[in-house]
Design a protein around this ligand. Structure first.
Ligand SMILES: Cc1ncc(C[n+]2csc(CCOP(=O)(O)OP(=O)(O)O)c2C)c(N)n1
Ligand SMILES: [Mg+2]
Length: 284
């Protein structure tokens, strides 16, 4: 493996063969190729196998509550806009427990990148169905198979007018690294949904299952600014599954829209408890 500034000497507690290893490699490669240094990057995560990722990298990290990586990342970016901020977690963490944050972060268009390690299962809690599990997928809890509709995060993001929507595959590190670089460079909220196998608890969507289905949008001379076409591709799931950048647009970020966030970053402004106190005193 090529060395990067983001390498950290701690062995991941993931199963051998887990797709998370490839995502970790692609992310470190992407940040290095963007010439970023660990002190410039913050990764916020929640709970899950995926959410352990920042433990295994050298950079700023905030490992918080289940489903709550996006609010942490949002706050950090608004206060310190010079920081490169990523939120990261699994399909359960981000689309399930944190689904409300996922929806509203897209609407705000804060300049953060969201990486979702989508293994279509709750891995760390030993294999319950997640929002992206396929109908019919059987687990120890869903003994008759999943009965409810599968969530398509890309279509949700499109319907909320997201400014950058993409999907990668852990089995193609070079391609995933390229997508992550585009997402980090994008000024606004960038979604990177990443298909990956959970070798222990998802025996349906295996590495080979994904490998046989994924194809790259770029190979079709894809126009990333066509929203109607992006809807069609986002809905494609089955024999063929597209990966790549589905849609991107230039759109004002939250910081550009809210006047108090303009000018000197909040982190550099004087903090005056006295001013806050006098505000509170008005209500006494
Ligand atoms: C509020 C709360 N609810 C439930 C849990 C239990 N829990 C921890 S992680 C997780 C889901 C993990 O799935 P995912 O985010 O897909 O991560 P993976 O392990 O598959 O990478 C659940 C249900 C918790 N820790 N906190
Ligand atoms: Mg998962």
């Amino acid at each position: 493996m090529k060395k990067t500034d983001f390498d950290y000497n701690l062995s991941p507690a993931w199963c051998p063969g887990c797709g998370n290893f490839m995502i970790l490699k692609a992310l470190k490669q992407a940040l290095s190729e963007l010439n970023l240094k660990p002190y410039q990057v913050l990764i916020a995560s929640g709970i899950g196998q995926a959410a352990k990722l920042p433990h295994y990298m050298k950079c700023n990290a905030f490992n918080g509550l289940h489903g709550r990586s996006i609010p942490v990342a949002t706050g950090a970016k608004l206060v310190n806009p010079n920081l490169i901020v990523l939120a990261e977690g699994g399909d359960g963490d981000i689309y399930g427990e944190g689904g409300n944050h996922f929806i509203h972060a897209i609407r705000r268009n804060v300049d953060i990148t969201l990486l979702v390690h989508n293994n279509q299962v709750y891995g760390i809690t030993k294999g319950q169905a997640s929002p992206t599990s396929e109908p019919g997928f059987t687990t120890k809890i869903q003994t008759e198979g999943v009965k409810v509709t599968m969530m398509d995060p890309l279509t949700v993001a499109l319907s909320l007018d997201a400014s950058f929507i993409s999907r990668g595959f852990s089995g193609d590190i070079g391609h995933l690294s390229w997508i992550i670089q585009q997402a980090v460079k994008h000024p606004g909220f960038a979604l990177v949904d990443i298909l990956m196998p959970c070798i222990s608890f998802n025996k349906l969507n295996t590495f080979t299952w994904y490998k046989n289905r994924v194809y790259k949008l770029e190979d079709e001379n894809w126009n990333t600014h066509n929203k109607t076409a992006a809807y069609k591709k986002a809905g494609q799931w089955g024999e063929r599954i597209p990966i790549g950048i589905f849609y991107r647009q230039q759109k004002a970020t939250y910081s550009q829209l809210v006047s108090v966030l303009q000018g000197e970053p909040l982190i550099n402004r004087e903090y005056s408890p006295q001013k806050v106190k006098s505000l509170f005193d008005e209500f006494i």
